[in-house]
Each structure stands twice: as structure tokens, then as C-alpha cells.
Design a protein around this ligand. Structure first.
Ligand code: Q7Y
Ligand code: ZN
Length: 667
């Protein structure tokens, strides 16, 4: 199934007709440059372009009052003076004779997107619309918004398709108070928003935007506000909030549909946000949400006023929806103190509502001084700095996101004869000229192994070579001895100069010490045997009492340990090994396989033991880019497991500060 793109140039046909400094940034060019960039990058040709339609009254009335709708209906016939007069009753918004028409198209675009996703015509999609929607309220326009596109889309999905649970992620830099008010007592809609707040000094200056506003009555816990109390937030800050707050709760909530208030004023260069996250971060934020709701994701444009970063961010988002490999995020220096304070506050405010946070002890991190938080020596955004900090948003410069090339082959497999090759996978033909490999292999790696094992290993090595040359994206091998193959692979790759292997080992089994000590391999092992070993900076043993069968404990380890470690390590290859008898359930295994594709351009090599041959199909499906099935609503993980993971995190966060979730105590 494909990716829908909804856009119509009619929505560019309204603009500000008088002087108003607060509104002059909301210009028609926002849409034309975004769509133009998609065309220029060949992305519109790869999407399923759906037509827009006007929303009808009944759809708008799902969120707005009749009197408000009636009032807006009068605007097309108004004189300029009347329009100005009419506008005065609302805040930071303007009207135009054609804006009512465009506002109906914006809502209609969002509904078209929801229809095509929920009817299974497309996998996911994006609607490029204006006016935006997330600030508009039941009876008021606000913040450039007239009708609340995404809130209406959520009500529409519930009413027309009986969708039980909807997650709305609002990564726009402003608080979508209109969405919050619409669902604050509704437990079927989980609204997450981060937003520039600066302790209520930033627009819209609402106490309702703070972290302690968690929803009301039945809706308590289903409203998550993450206030940014400083500007200059970076990729690390955004990823920390996703890993340690949004993803664990989102997986526990287990939505049937994900709607994104996709505002890009949270990107570098934007005059409203004044943040420093680069456009490629949206490739990752989108991807991390695509493993929820079996990939049913509808992104609807909200804000975004720097035309360059807006266009780049839109392209990054659509490319990920299309399934292209993710660009590695470099120099993640870890979250700043202000982020950690916000993160700690939000987690505390929601601890009683979400079991994934219940045992999060959030140990205050005494031993880390503030300088460690900015590992790269970059100025701490907590103090204004000379140089980069003094530049205005418009003067900010950042590298163009790297090209994201799809290898000619997505998934190649090495399987013993007789094991059927999953559709769309490419079997590595045995006719591969193995050449000198075999001999050196026998000498260097497999002294006494039989020829079958040597041949299999040489094919596994050619999978790695093909990934290195970007001929294939990922690979899967079913081998006689997964542990032995794993050791050989690590040794083989470690020979490369700048290789970094992220080895994720699921299940018991001994990892040879030379693998751990070389510093070129970061090992995370999730198992049930409690060998009481402390591990080290490059070896992270996660012991779960109930072992890998414990989906909650496993999920917690995935988000609060695996993801942050993987991002900070930034590997060149991900090696995922399923040890025999691991007990991990297929869906959790598939979720893990999916998430690990965030790293290394998606170069993942999966090793399965021969008697796990039933896993080949489900694993290949994820490697081919299909979404993992839902885990179901997650219960609380075992207290002792959660505490074990927390202890691990607090031990490791001195070396890996993306693991941090609390601000250091000292000065
Ligand atoms: N009244 C003092 C200045 C206020 N500026 C208001 C800016 C509204 C931004 C709304 C927006 O970007 C939607 S995504
Ligand atoms: Zn905004």
C-alpha cells in the first residue's frame, strides 16, 4: 500500500490584507514551497495524490459551535473593514474573503486522509493544508487557525469508523490548546504536545499548557504537555522526550490510529520556535510513530514559517512515510538541563496514570555535573552564548539533509536449502563466488566447522559486504549456530576501520569478552538469567525476571535503554540476534526489528537459529518495511524488572547521556 499526499493550490489563495506584525509570517508561499520541494525531489510522483474536498457543516460541527460556524460563513461577503472588525474578536489570526473556503478544504483534506487510511486504500499519508487548525477552539479562531482540522479528523474517525483509541502527536512548537480543550475529558484520544513555553512567557501564555495539566475526569492522564522553557532545543532534546515519555505511553495506550499535528515551526531557523533541531529529526519522529497502529498514520500540516526548513522538514516526513531509509542523526550531545527538568516534571505528573512510569524512580543524578550534559563542549543553551546563539533564526544555517538512497534490493536472505524464501526477499544465490573467503574463513574463524557452516558464514559475510556497498538495505540469515555466527560477524566487521556494530542479543547466551572490549561493538543483551554481572559502557545486560516473554519489561528496555543507546552510538551496522529458546514473542520481536531500523541507514542483519525457522516470515515482513502488529495495551512491568532497568540506566547515563531523564542535583 502507498502513501497519500493531499494538496490543492486553492489553499494558497488567501493572505493577510492589512498590517498585522503577529500574522505576517502566515503566507501562501508556505504551501507552494513545501509542495514544490516534494515535486522537485520526485516525491509527489511516488505518492498517491488524492483530491481535496470541502468539509460539510456536520463535519465542522463535530468540534465547533453552530454560532461560530454561522459567523465564519458570513466572512466571504464582508468588506475589508468588516473583515478587520470581525477579526478583532479573535487573537493572532486574520480573515480573508476566501479563508472560509480554504478552511473547509483544510478540514476536508484531513478527512480525505483519514478515509483513505482507515479504508485501507493507503498505508499512511500527509495533508499539506492552510489555514492550520490546532489553536482553533469550539467558538473561536486563534493563532492563524479557523477550524481545528486534526480535532475534527479525530472525532470523524471515532464516529464514522468506530476507532477506539486515537493518539494525536503535536510536534508543532506551539501548544495546540484547541485540541487539548476538545479532548481533555476524553480517554479515547491521547493528546501529546510539546511547545515553547518559557514559564508561560511565550504565546499563547496559558497556564493550561504546563506539564501539570493532564486531562480531566475520565480523561485524566490522556493529555500530555511538555513545556520547552528554553529556546535552542536540539535533536537530542526531542529524541529524549520521545524515548522516555511519548513512546512508552503511546505503546501502553496502543492506539488504533495516529494523527500528527505536523507543525514545523519546531525546526531550526523558524522565527516562532527559535529552536535548533534539524529537518532530518522529523524523519525519525515520523518513523518512531509508524510502528504504532500498524502504521496507520495521518500527518496534517500545522505551522512552519521558515520556508527553507519547512520545505526540508516536509520532504523528510514524506520520505519516511514512503519507507525510505532514515538519515543517521549525528552529534547527539544529549538533552540540556531545562529539558531534563521538564521531562522529570511531566513523568512525575503522569506517573499515577501510566504503568510504564510507575516504577521510574528517576534517581537524581548527583555524579553528573552540568558540563557533562553538553558532552560536545557546545555552549549550554541555558546561558546565552556569543557566536551561534547570537544569530537570529533567519540567519541560522544548517546542512541540507543528506540524500536518502533506497538500495536496489531491500532484503536479502541466507537460508539453508529447503527453507522457503519469503516473497520479495532476495535469496543470496549459492553461486556467489566465495573465492578466498573460504580458506581464510576456515583458518581465521572456523577451525573445525563443517563445510556447510563455512559456506553459510561466507554468505553471511557477503550480506554484510552488500550492505556496506548499499546494494541491499538489510539481511536475514538462518544459521546452524547463531552465537558462533554472531561472534564471527562482530570480528569480521570490527576489521573495518570506522565500523561500529550495535549488537542486540535477545535471549541467554554468553557473549565472548573480546566482543565486548573492542569498543567497536555496543552490546545490549536482553535475557532472563541473572548473571549479576555489572556490564560495562559497551556491554548492557538487561535481565528480566520473566525473561523475554515479559512484553512490558521488554518494551521498557526497548524505549528507555535500546533506543537512546542506539541513537547516541550511531552504529554503521545493527546486528540483531535471536538466541535459541529466548522466549520472546513474535510481535515483540517484530516491534524490535522495526525500531532498530532507525539506525545505520536501516542496515540491519538478523541472525536466527535454524530451529527458529518459523520466525523467518514474520522477521522478513518487517525488514521489507511492513509495520509490526500491535502489542496490545501493555500492563505494568514487574517492579523488580523496572527497577533493574532504572538501575542500569542510572549506571550508564554517565557515559550515555541520552539515557538521562532527570536534571542533576548540583548547580
Ligand atoms: N501577541 C504577541 C505576539 C503573538 N504571536 C502570535 C503567533 C501565533 C502563532 C500561531 C502559529 O504559529 C500556529 S502553528
Ligand atoms: Zn505553531
Amino acid at each position: 500500500m502507498g502513501t497519500a499526499l493531499i494538496y490543492d493550490e486553492e489553499m494558497t489563495k488567501y493572505k493577510l490584507l492589512w498590517v498585522d506584525p503577529a500574522c505576517k509570517i502566515e503566507v501562501p508561499e508556505r504551501l507552494t514551497v513545501s509542495h514544490g520541494a516534494l515535486v522537485r525531489n520526485g516525491l509527489t510522483d511516488r505518492c498517491i495524490c488524492l483530491p481535496v474536498r470541502e468539509a460539510v457543516d456536520a463535519e465542522i460541527l463535530l468540534v465547533h459551535s453552530e454560532e461560530y460556524l454561522e459567523a465564519v460563513k458570513q466572512t466571504p461577503h464582508m468588506t475589508l473593514e468588516d473583515l478587520k472588525e470581525f477579526t478583532l474578536q479573535y487573537g493572532d489570526v486574520y480573515f480573508h474573503p476566501n479563508i472560509y473556503h480554504c478552511a473547509k478544504l483544510a478540514v476536508g483534506s484531513a478527512l480525505q486522509l483519514v478515509d483513505s487510511v482507515l479504508m485501507g486504500k493507503v498505508k499512511n499519508g500527509m495533508a499539506l493544508v492552510r489555514p492550520p487548525g490546532h489553536h482553533s477552539m469550539r467558538s473561536a479562531a486563534n493563532g492563524f487557525c479557523v477550524f481545528n482540522n486534526v480535532a475534527i479528523a479525530a472525532q470523524y474517525a471515532k464516529q464514522k469508523y468506530g476507532v477506539k483509541r486515537i493518539l494525536i502527536v503535536d510536534w508543532d512548537i506551539h501548544h495546540g490548546q484547541g485540541v487539548q480543550y476538545c479532548f481533555e475529558d476524553d480517554p479515547s484520544v491521547l493528546y501529546f504536545s510539546w511547545h515553547r513555553y518559557e514559564h508561560q512567557k511565550f504565546w499563547p501564555n496559558l497556564k493550561d499548557s504546563d506539564y501539570d495539566i493532564v486531562g480531566k475526569g475520565e480523561g485524566a492522564g490522556f493529555n500530555i504537555n511538555v513545556p520547552w522553557n528554553k529556546v535552542g532545543m536540539e535533536n537530542s532534546d526531542y529524541l529524549s522526550v520521545f524515548c522516555h515519555l511519548l513512546l512508552p505511553i503511546a505503546y501502553e495506550f496502543c492506539p488504533d490510529l495516529v494523527l500528527v499535528c505536523a507543525g514545523f515551526d519546531s525546526a531550526i531557523g523558524d522565527p516562532e520556535g527559535e529552536m535548533c533541531a534539524t529537518p532530518d529529526i522529523f524523519a525519525h519522529l515520523t518513523y518512531l510513530l509508524m510502528n504504532l497502529a500498524e502504521g496507520k498514520l495521518c500527518a496534517v500540516l500545522e505551522g512552519g514559517y521558515n520556508l527553507t526548513s519547512l520545505a526540508q522538514s516536509v520532504c523528510q516526513t514524506v520520505q519516511t512515510l514512503l519507507g525510505d531509509p532514515l538519515p543517521p542523526l549525528t552529534n547527539l550531545t544529549g538533552p540540556c538541563r531545562s529539558t531534563l527538568e521538564s521531562l522529570q516534571c511531566v513523568r512525575a505528573a503522569h506517573r499515577q496514570h501510566w504503568s510504564c512510569l510507575r516504577h521510574a524512580v528517576d534517581l537524581p543524578t548527583f555524579e553528573i555535573s552540568t558540563k557533562r550534559i553538553k558532552l560536545s563542549g557546545e555552549g549550554n543553551k541555558d546561558e546565552a552564548e556569543v557566536g551561534e546563539e547570537q544569530k537570529s533564526p533567519e540567519e541560522k544555517i544548517w546542512p541540507e539533509p543528506p540524500k536518502r538512497i533506497c538500495p536496489p534490493v531491500c532484503s536479502a536472505v541466507v537460508l539453508p536449502d529447503g527453507v522457503v524464501c519469503p516473497d520479495a526477499c532476495e535469496r543470496l544465490s549459492s553461486s556467489e563466488d566465495l573465492g578466498p573467503h573460504l580458506l581464510t574463513l576456515k583458518n581465521d574463524f572456523l577451525k573445525d566447522a563443517d563445510d556447510g557452516a563455512v559456506t553459510a558464514l561466507s554468505r553471511v559475510f557477503s550480506l554484510i559486504d552488500k550492505m556496506k556497498n548499499n546494494e541491499i538495505r538489510n539481511g536475514l540469515a538462518l544459521v546452524g549456530d547463531a552465537a558462533m555466527t554472531m561472534t564471527c560477524v562482530v570480528q569480521y566487521v570490527a576489521a573495518e576501520v570506522d565500523s561500529r556494530v550495535f549488537l542486540v542479543c535477545v535471549g541467554n547466551g554468553n557473549i565472548p569478552s573480546h566482543v565486548i572490549e573492542d569498543g567497536k561493538t555496543l552490546v545490549v543483551q536482553i535475557k532472563d538469567e541473572d548473571t549479576e554481572e555489572q556490564g560495562s559502557k559497551y556491554y548492557v545486560p538487561v535481565c528480566l525476571k520473566k525473561g523475554c516473554t515479559d512484553t512490558s519489561g521488554f518494551a521498557q528496555a526497548m524505549f528507555s535503554l535500546l533506543l537512546p543507546l542506539g541513537y547516541q552510538y550511531n552504529p554503521s551496522l545493527v546486528l540483531l540476534v535471536r538466541m535459541p529458546g529466548s522466549g520472546v514473542c513474535d510481535i515483540m520481536w517484530q516491534q524490535l526489528t522495526g525500531l532498530l531500523q532507525s539506525f545505520a541507514h536501516g542496515h540491519t542483519l538478523v541472525l536466527l537459529q535454524e530451529d527458529d525457522k518459523a520466525c523467518v516470515g514474520p522477521t522478513a515482513s518487517i525488514l521489507l518495511g511492513n509495520p509490526a502488529p500491535p502489542l496490545g495495551q501493555l500492563p505494568a512491568s514487574l517492579k523488580e524488572d523496572a527497577e533493574a532497568v532504572e538501575r542500569l540506566r542510572s549506571r550508564l547515563q554517565a557515559d550515555w547521556n541520552l539515557l538521562l531523564t532527570t536534571a542533576p542535583e548540583n548547580g
